[in-house]
Design a protein around this ligand. Structure first.
Ligand SMILES: Nc1ncnc2c1ncn2[C@@H]1O[C@H](COP(=O)(O)OP(=O)(O)O)[C@@H](O)[C@H]1O
Ligand SMILES: [Mg+2]
Length: 254
Protein backbone atom coordinates (compact mmCIF):
# COMPACT_ATOMS: atom_id res chain seq x y z
CA UNK A 1 0.00 0.00 0.00
CA UNK A 2 1.39 3.41 -0.89
CA UNK A 3 1.66 6.23 1.64
CA UNK A 4 -0.86 9.06 1.61
CA UNK A 5 1.82 11.72 1.10
CA UNK A 6 5.41 10.66 0.63
CA UNK A 7 8.39 12.97 0.27
CA UNK A 8 11.63 11.17 -0.61
CA UNK A 9 15.24 12.20 -1.15
CA UNK A 10 14.55 15.87 -1.76
CA UNK A 11 17.56 18.16 -2.16
CA UNK A 12 17.21 21.89 -2.71
CA UNK A 13 20.23 24.11 -3.06
CA UNK A 14 20.00 27.91 -3.21
CA UNK A 15 23.30 29.20 -4.59
CA UNK A 16 25.44 27.09 -2.25
CA UNK A 17 22.99 26.98 0.66
CA UNK A 18 21.59 23.47 1.16
CA UNK A 19 18.03 24.32 2.24
CA UNK A 20 16.81 20.72 1.93
CA UNK A 21 19.22 17.86 2.45
CA UNK A 22 17.95 14.37 1.56
CA UNK A 23 14.61 15.38 3.05
CA UNK A 24 12.08 12.58 3.36
CA UNK A 25 8.99 11.71 5.37
CA UNK A 26 5.46 10.39 5.03
CA UNK A 27 2.22 11.67 6.45
CA UNK A 28 -0.87 9.69 7.24
CA UNK A 29 -4.38 10.34 5.99
CA UNK A 30 -6.71 11.85 8.59
CA UNK A 31 -3.87 13.04 10.82
CA UNK A 32 -2.76 16.47 11.90
CA UNK A 33 1.00 16.35 11.36
CA UNK A 34 3.02 19.24 12.76
CA UNK A 35 6.26 20.20 11.07
CA UNK A 36 8.63 21.81 13.58
CA UNK A 37 12.25 22.89 13.64
CA UNK A 38 14.36 26.01 14.12
CA UNK A 39 14.16 29.03 11.83
CA UNK A 40 15.76 28.27 8.49
CA UNK A 41 15.30 24.50 8.89
CA UNK A 42 13.58 24.33 5.49
CA UNK A 43 9.93 24.06 6.55
CA UNK A 44 8.58 26.62 4.09
CA UNK A 45 10.88 25.30 1.39
CA UNK A 46 9.45 21.78 1.67
CA UNK A 47 5.94 23.29 1.46
CA UNK A 48 7.04 25.02 -1.74
CA UNK A 49 8.31 21.72 -3.13
CA UNK A 50 5.17 19.73 -2.22
CA UNK A 51 2.86 22.36 -3.74
CA UNK A 52 4.81 22.87 -6.96
CA UNK A 53 6.15 26.38 -6.27
CA UNK A 54 9.69 24.99 -6.37
CA UNK A 55 11.21 22.21 -8.47
CA UNK A 56 13.81 20.53 -6.26
CA UNK A 57 17.24 19.52 -7.55
CA UNK A 58 16.47 15.87 -6.73
CA UNK A 59 13.80 13.80 -5.05
CA UNK A 60 10.13 13.03 -5.39
CA UNK A 61 6.73 13.82 -3.91
CA UNK A 62 3.90 11.29 -4.23
CA UNK A 63 0.29 11.70 -3.20
CA UNK A 64 -1.90 8.60 -3.05
CA UNK A 65 0.80 6.84 -5.05
CA UNK A 66 0.87 9.42 -7.85
CA UNK A 67 3.97 11.50 -8.55
CA UNK A 68 3.39 15.24 -8.09
CA UNK A 69 6.83 16.60 -8.83
CA UNK A 70 6.84 18.47 -12.12
CA UNK A 71 3.16 19.47 -11.86
CA UNK A 72 2.20 23.15 -11.68
CA UNK A 73 0.80 24.61 -8.44
CA UNK A 74 -2.66 24.79 -10.07
CA UNK A 75 -2.50 21.14 -11.11
CA UNK A 76 -1.48 20.14 -7.59
CA UNK A 77 -4.51 21.96 -6.15
CA UNK A 78 -6.64 19.94 -8.57
CA UNK A 79 -4.97 16.78 -7.22
CA UNK A 80 -6.32 17.76 -3.80
CA UNK A 81 -3.52 19.64 -2.02
CA UNK A 82 -3.79 23.32 -1.06
CA UNK A 83 -1.53 25.50 1.05
CA UNK A 84 -1.57 28.78 2.92
CA UNK A 85 1.30 31.25 3.08
CA UNK A 86 3.24 32.58 6.05
CA UNK A 87 2.46 36.12 4.88
CA UNK A 88 -1.24 35.32 4.18
CA UNK A 89 -1.42 36.71 0.60
CA UNK A 90 -4.97 38.01 0.90
CA UNK A 91 -6.44 40.77 -1.29
CA UNK A 92 -6.59 43.64 1.22
CA UNK A 93 -9.02 45.78 -0.77
CA UNK A 94 -11.48 43.01 -1.58
CA UNK A 95 -14.17 41.79 0.79
CA UNK A 96 -13.77 38.61 2.79
CA UNK A 97 -16.38 36.97 0.56
CA UNK A 98 -14.59 37.92 -2.67
CA UNK A 99 -11.32 36.56 -1.28
CA UNK A 100 -13.01 33.20 -0.86
CA UNK A 101 -14.79 33.34 -4.23
CA UNK A 102 -11.55 33.65 -6.16
CA UNK A 103 -10.34 30.40 -4.55
CA UNK A 104 -13.35 28.34 -5.71
CA UNK A 105 -12.53 25.92 -8.52
CA UNK A 106 -12.99 27.46 -11.96
CA UNK A 107 -12.89 31.04 -10.68
CA UNK A 108 -10.93 32.14 -13.74
CA UNK A 109 -12.02 29.42 -16.12
CA UNK A 110 -15.50 30.67 -17.11
CA UNK A 111 -16.30 31.26 -20.74
CA UNK A 112 -16.27 35.09 -21.06
CA UNK A 113 -18.77 35.11 -23.96
CA UNK A 114 -21.16 33.01 -21.89
CA UNK A 115 -21.96 36.09 -19.82
CA UNK A 116 -23.10 37.90 -22.99
CA UNK A 117 -25.16 35.15 -24.58
CA UNK A 118 -26.46 33.37 -21.48
CA UNK A 119 -26.91 36.13 -18.91
CA UNK A 120 -29.50 34.24 -16.83
CA UNK A 121 -27.37 31.13 -16.61
CA UNK A 122 -24.33 33.23 -15.72
CA UNK A 123 -26.22 35.02 -12.97
CA UNK A 124 -27.34 31.70 -11.51
CA UNK A 125 -23.82 30.31 -11.56
CA UNK A 126 -22.60 33.47 -9.86
CA UNK A 127 -25.29 33.15 -7.20
CA UNK A 128 -24.34 29.53 -6.53
CA UNK A 129 -20.68 30.44 -6.18
CA UNK A 130 -21.56 33.25 -3.80
CA UNK A 131 -23.57 30.84 -1.64
CA UNK A 132 -20.72 28.35 -1.64
CA UNK A 133 -18.21 31.02 -0.60
CA UNK A 134 -20.59 32.09 2.20
CA UNK A 135 -20.68 28.50 3.46
CA UNK A 136 -16.89 28.39 3.65
CA UNK A 137 -16.85 31.70 5.55
CA UNK A 138 -19.46 30.39 7.99
CA UNK A 139 -17.38 27.24 8.41
CA UNK A 140 -14.53 29.27 9.91
CA UNK A 141 -16.84 31.58 11.87
CA UNK A 142 -16.60 34.64 9.60
CA UNK A 143 -20.12 34.79 8.11
CA UNK A 144 -20.76 38.17 9.71
CA UNK A 145 -17.60 39.64 8.17
CA UNK A 146 -18.47 38.62 4.57
CA UNK A 147 -18.97 42.17 3.28
CA UNK A 148 -16.02 43.71 5.12
CA UNK A 149 -12.80 44.51 3.34
CA UNK A 150 -9.84 42.40 4.44
CA UNK A 151 -7.91 45.48 5.58
CA UNK A 152 -10.60 46.05 8.23
CA UNK A 153 -10.39 42.52 9.65
CA UNK A 154 -8.29 41.73 12.70
CA UNK A 155 -5.14 39.66 12.16
CA UNK A 156 -6.87 36.65 13.71
CA UNK A 157 -9.81 37.03 11.32
CA UNK A 158 -7.40 37.26 8.40
CA UNK A 159 -5.79 33.98 9.50
CA UNK A 160 -9.24 32.34 9.63
CA UNK A 161 -9.98 33.75 6.18
CA UNK A 162 -6.90 32.03 4.74
CA UNK A 163 -8.35 28.75 6.04
CA UNK A 164 -11.72 29.51 4.40
CA UNK A 165 -9.84 30.00 1.15
CA UNK A 166 -8.13 26.64 1.52
CA UNK A 167 -11.52 25.02 2.09
CA UNK A 168 -12.90 26.75 -1.00
CA UNK A 169 -10.40 24.90 -3.19
CA UNK A 170 -12.03 21.62 -2.16
CA UNK A 171 -8.62 20.13 -1.33
CA UNK A 172 -8.44 17.19 1.09
CA UNK A 173 -4.86 17.78 2.24
CA UNK A 174 -4.25 21.24 3.68
CA UNK A 175 -0.78 22.66 4.28
CA UNK A 176 -0.74 25.56 6.72
CA UNK A 177 2.37 27.67 7.25
CA UNK A 178 2.34 29.03 10.81
CA UNK A 179 -1.45 29.48 11.10
CA UNK A 180 -1.18 30.44 14.78
CA UNK A 181 1.85 32.76 14.73
CA UNK A 182 1.28 36.28 15.98
CA UNK A 183 -2.10 35.52 17.54
CA UNK A 184 -3.26 36.49 21.02
CA UNK A 185 -4.69 33.78 23.28
CA UNK A 186 -8.34 34.09 22.24
CA UNK A 187 -7.69 33.99 18.49
CA UNK A 188 -5.15 31.22 19.03
CA UNK A 189 -7.76 29.01 20.71
CA UNK A 190 -10.16 29.72 17.86
CA UNK A 191 -7.63 28.64 15.21
CA UNK A 192 -6.68 25.51 17.17
CA UNK A 193 -10.32 24.51 17.58
CA UNK A 194 -10.89 25.06 13.86
CA UNK A 195 -7.92 22.89 12.86
CA UNK A 196 -9.06 20.06 15.13
CA UNK A 197 -12.56 20.34 13.73
CA UNK A 198 -11.30 20.13 10.14
CA UNK A 199 -9.42 16.94 11.03
CA UNK A 200 -12.58 15.50 12.60
CA UNK A 201 -14.45 16.37 9.40
CA UNK A 202 -12.02 14.29 7.35
CA UNK A 203 -9.31 16.68 6.21
CA UNK A 204 -5.64 15.84 6.54
CA UNK A 205 -3.41 18.66 7.79
CA UNK A 206 0.30 19.37 7.62
CA UNK A 207 1.01 22.37 9.84
CA UNK A 208 4.19 24.36 10.42
CA UNK A 209 4.01 25.49 14.02
CA UNK A 210 6.40 26.97 16.59
CA UNK A 211 4.20 27.15 19.66
CA UNK A 212 4.71 23.92 21.64
CA UNK A 213 1.35 24.34 23.37
CA UNK A 214 -0.34 24.39 19.96
CA UNK A 215 1.68 21.38 18.80
CA UNK A 216 0.73 19.44 21.92
CA UNK A 217 -2.94 20.21 21.45
CA UNK A 218 -3.41 19.58 17.76
CA UNK A 219 -0.72 17.15 16.53
CA UNK A 220 -1.19 13.43 16.04
CA UNK A 221 2.35 13.20 14.71
CA UNK A 222 5.33 15.56 14.76
CA UNK A 223 8.14 15.83 12.22
CA UNK A 224 11.31 17.57 13.38
CA UNK A 225 13.27 19.19 10.59
CA UNK A 226 16.85 20.35 11.13
CA UNK A 227 19.15 21.77 8.44
CA UNK A 228 16.85 20.52 5.73
CA UNK A 229 16.74 16.93 6.97
CA UNK A 230 14.17 14.97 8.97
CA UNK A 231 15.94 14.57 12.28
CA UNK A 232 13.21 12.92 14.35
CA UNK A 233 9.54 12.04 14.33
CA UNK A 234 7.10 10.93 16.95
CA UNK A 235 4.17 11.94 19.09
CA UNK A 236 4.16 15.50 20.49
CA UNK A 237 5.11 14.08 23.90
CA UNK A 238 8.10 12.20 22.48
CA UNK A 239 9.40 15.18 20.52
CA UNK A 240 8.87 17.81 23.21
CA UNK A 241 10.42 15.62 25.91
CA UNK A 242 13.63 14.98 23.91
CA UNK A 243 16.38 17.15 25.44
CA UNK A 244 18.62 16.91 22.34
CA UNK A 245 15.82 18.33 20.16
CA UNK A 246 15.02 21.05 22.71
CA UNK A 247 18.66 22.08 22.64
CA UNK A 248 18.54 22.48 18.83
CA UNK A 249 15.16 24.17 18.91
CA UNK A 250 15.58 26.56 21.79
CA UNK A 251 19.36 26.69 22.13
CA UNK A 252 19.02 25.40 25.67
CA UNK A 253 16.69 28.24 26.62
CA UNK A 254 14.19 25.83 28.19
N1 LIG B 1 14.12 31.40 -2.67
C1 LIG B 1 15.20 31.29 -1.87
N2 LIG B 1 16.41 31.71 -2.26
C2 LIG B 1 17.50 31.60 -1.47
N3 LIG B 1 17.48 31.07 -0.24
C3 LIG B 1 16.30 30.64 0.24
C4 LIG B 1 15.10 30.72 -0.55
N4 LIG B 1 14.06 30.21 0.18
C5 LIG B 1 14.61 29.83 1.35
N5 LIG B 1 15.93 30.08 1.40
C6 LIG B 1 16.85 29.73 2.49
O1 LIG B 1 16.67 28.35 2.77
C7 LIG B 1 16.71 28.11 4.17
C8 LIG B 1 15.42 27.49 4.61
O2 LIG B 1 14.40 28.46 4.55
P1 LIG B 1 12.89 28.21 4.94
O3 LIG B 1 12.42 27.00 4.25
O4 LIG B 1 12.15 29.47 4.68
O5 LIG B 1 13.01 27.93 6.52
P2 LIG B 1 11.87 27.82 7.64
O6 LIG B 1 10.55 27.99 6.98
O7 LIG B 1 12.09 26.49 8.26
O8 LIG B 1 12.18 28.93 8.62
C9 LIG B 1 17.00 29.45 4.82
O9 LIG B 1 18.38 29.55 5.06
C10 LIG B 1 16.54 30.45 3.79
O10 LIG B 1 17.24 31.66 3.91
MG1 LIG C 1 9.01 29.37 7.18
Amino acid sequence: MSAYLEVAGVNQNFGGLQALNDCGFTIQEGHVTCLVGPNGAGKTTIFNVITGFLRPDTGSVSFRGRRLDGLSPQAIVREGIARSFQNLRLFADLTALDNVMVALPGAFGEDPLGALFRPLHTARVEQRRRAEAMERLAHVGLAERAKDRVRNLSYGEQKLLTVARLLATGAELLLLDEPASGLAAGALDQVMALLRRLRDEGKTLLVVEHNTRVVQQIADQVLFLHQGHLMAEGTPQQIIADPALAEIYFGGAL
